[in-house]
Design a protein around this ligand. Sequence first.
Ligand code: PMP
Length: 432
Amino acid sequence: MTTNAAAFAAAQAVIPGGVDSPVRAFGSVGGTPRFMASAQGPYLTDVEGKRYVDLVCSWGPMLLGHQHPAVVEAVHRAVDAGLSFGTSVEGETRLAELIASRVPVERVRFVSTGTEATMTAIRLARGVTGRNLIVKFAGCYHGHSDGLLAAAGSGVATQALPGSAGVTEAAASETIVVDYNSPEALEAVFAEHGESIAAVITEAVPCNMGVVEPGDGFNRFLREITAKHGALLIWDEVLTGFRATATGGWGLFGEVEGWTPDIWCFGKVIGGGMPAAALGGSAEIMDHLAPLGPVYQAGTLSGNPVAMAAGHATLEHADEAVYARVAAASDAIREGLTSALTAAGVDHSIQRAGTLFSVAFGTSADGVKDYADAQGQQVFRHAPFFQSMLASGVYLPPSVFEAWFVSAAHDDAAVQQVLDALPAAAEAAAQA
Ligand code: PMP
């Protein structure tokens, strides 16, 4: 049997940093990243045979838990029929129909990653409006395409600086970054650039600076101000889609308030753990995509039959009972978390939207409203907290700026293991 350390060393010799996605390297928590060998229900097992309650759930997709029998069976059937054909398959239509039965989209275009979904959504918005500028919020993550990496400093709306080496100033200059939860900042941007703004892109609920609750009416305000200025609202549900609620983040806002965004982005749950993502919207907007329209987009593995099968089986089985179980597990863990931190005397806020939540250390009772608040927290308390949980067999997101994910497979035993681990971790956070 190998060890995590040996697996990491071998990976570092052939893969930059030993990882294919930076957060996996445990940069902000220290220690040896775990290399997982298998997963079942709410558990992950690493290459050393150590088992963990999984509170990452592959960063969202595993809504039903690992190896749900219906998903495994659907995938096996798809694999037996062939891995990829480079043609259309009926599974694409079936998954598109299922998505359209849950949220008000008329057309769905499948891609392989959330990054592609938002990148294409932006190209589409520019193609539809004939405008160039994109507005995004500081601290929101929409994948790693050039224009969307611009995160820039906070403060009132600023022309963005490139958020990564290799992003040109030209690409960044077409992205305006605005503080989240600030209608005033957005109004100022529209007053100055209104005629050039193609779209505002937002996470339905920001979950990539920790969870940040949209202020009262903030999402509705985004819908109104974009419509007023002829810009589109790109609604990124890659993370929240079919997870925050049965109808995603939209279920918390648009569905109850009676509005819809223009372009939706999905990922994670709609692939059930396989690479699949999508954008969707009205026929009027979506039909601007090739081959019907002039906005080009394509993909060798787009709509891959195995991915479509995994996503369809996942979404089909995500019924009321699944969301009820996810909510119950999420509530129990959240309550345990806040009482353990309170008992240990650690100031904190639990940030939450639907079944999604995260913790911010050392923040005021008002919690985190924007990126500056998120960055201002006591980040140093997270590493010892994380390491204590890990030692107790709980695998948390290895960054404080991420949501915690639960699944319908998180039964009472798995939840209890998390609850039992929390007091010691809270003590470790207190002593940091
Ligand atoms: N949008 C959001 C809101 C996300 O959370 C993510 C990934 N966490 C993405 C887009 C990018 O998706 P992917 O990693 O599949 O490219």
